[in-house]
Ligand binder design. Structure first.
Ligand SMILES: *Cc1c(COP(=O)(O)O)cnc(C)c1O
Length: 382
């Protein structure tokens, strides 16, 4: 029999063993984690909406009206009114014909990619794409997959030029989850025009944070193209749970017919969709949250300049400090923890070998003093 004990020991030896924390109480800048109060920079609740009273009230109301469970998959027992409304609201707001709700972003990408990428198609995928895009591409069993260097449009173009596939898909994160940088989507869409390709954009970290009224990265970059299939999640800046894809009516209809992670899973509890609808209103109306998040990001970036470690410029809520070695990353994370600050150490396989890092994520909940507290602690450890 395989010894999982020795496999686990190997993880430990390589500094790759992960530890789960237990949070008491709601999300916020200050969390009670395993019984200890910490200033946290670990969440993707970028706009501070996960504990917003409007969302809570909408959820209460929906619980009373709809109960808890959705009972079966959407195609068997129907989908709920809040989910229907969420889809149409998202589509209209973002400027697409239709949208389709998925239970999570992971499920969405696992379902969208195999359903859309046809036989004989070629796929072009950024090397730093999120794990669920990679897994979706694997499931699609495309004839040819090119993994291009990160954000390298030249590399992408030379690969596309060489491909004679009748159908081409470029698949990319819009904002890279562990680096915080934005994909060169203007150039990518221009290449798609030139080589008659489709583009699947995963905007898990841009939706709500970037663009006019928080419409996301495409709005931020001024892109509007019928070649783009847009996917984003509702568990990060939207502060709830779930995901959606927005596209032409025919693509969405095809996904309803063919996306296995849509068809063969129980529908989303209506309460979550109702909370998402309330969240969309806050995303649209609360520009101050994005402004504040941006100010906190600038304050952090300025302060990080005096640190000895490489940082990456970022317009988003994600600000990594690259430490390289797995043990260095966990040591510094542990030392911050001892000072009452929680910044997660991110190690392979989440990031490439040799690029272990602290992933600082900011939220509209953070105050300037808290950014300074983090910077002072980092300086003391440098
Ligand atoms: C978090 C994330 C997902 C997965 O979304 P979930 O709703 O958490 O399953 C997908 N893509 C990217 C880029 C992500 O960062």
């Amino acid at each position: 029999m395989i010894s999982f004990e020795s496999k686990l020991q190997l993880l430990q030896k390589n500094g790759l063993l992960r530890e789960r924390r237990t949070i008491e109480g709601p999300q916020g800048a200050i969390l009670t984690v395993d019984g200890v109060q910490l200033l946290a920079f670990a969440s993707n609740d970028y706009l501070g909406l996960a504990h917003h009273p409007d969302l809570i009230q909408a959820a209460h109301h929906a619980l009373d009206r709809f109960g808890v469970g959705a009972s079966a998959s959407a195609l068997i027992s129907g989908h709920s009114k809040p989910v229907e409304l969420l889809e149409s609201t998202l589509a209209q707001w973002l400027g697409y014909e239709r949208a389709l709700h998925f239970s999570t972003g992971y499920m969405a990408n696992l379902g969208i990619i195999p359903a859309l990428v046809g036989e004989g198609a070629a796929v072009f995928s950024d090397v730093l794409n999120h794990a669920c895009l990679i897994d979706g591409i694997r499931l699609a069993r495309a004839d040819a997959v090119t993994v291009y260097d990160h954000a390298d449009v030249g590399h992408l173009e030379s690969a596309m030029k060489q491909s004679s596939a009748p159908e081409k898909w470029i698949i990319t994160d819009a904002v890279f989850s562990m680096d915080g940088d934005i994909a060169p989507l203007n150039a990518i869409v221009a290449l798609a025009d030139q080589y008659d390709a489709h583009v699947l954009v995963d905007d898990a970290h841009g939706f709500g944070v970037l663009g006019e009224e928080g419409r996301g990265t495409l709005s931020h970059l001024g892109i509007q193209s019928s070649r783009v299939v847009y996917m984003a999640t509702l568990g990060k800046a939207a502060g709830v749970f779930g995901a959606f894809v927005a596209a032409s009516a025919e693509i969405i209809e095809w996904l309803i017919q063919r996306s296995r992670t849509y068809i063969f899973t129980t529908g989303t509890p209506p309460v979550l969709a109702a909370a998402c609808l309330a969240s969309l209103t806050r995303i649209q109306q609360d520009q101050f949250r994005r402004n504040h998040l941006h100010e906190m990001g600038n304050r952090l970036q300025e302060g990080m300049e005096s640190l000895p470690w490489p940082t990456l410029p970022s317009l988003t809520a994600i600000h990594p400090i690259i430490l390289g070695d797995n043990f260095t990353a966990t040591q510094i994370a542990d030392a911050l923890w001892a000072r009452g600050i929680w910044v997660p150490a991110v190690r392979p396989p989440t990031v490439p070998e040799g690029t272990a890092r602290l992933r600082i994520s900011l939220s509209a909940n953070h105050q300037p003093e808290q950014i300074d507290q983090l910077l002072n602690a980092l300086k003391a450890l440098a």
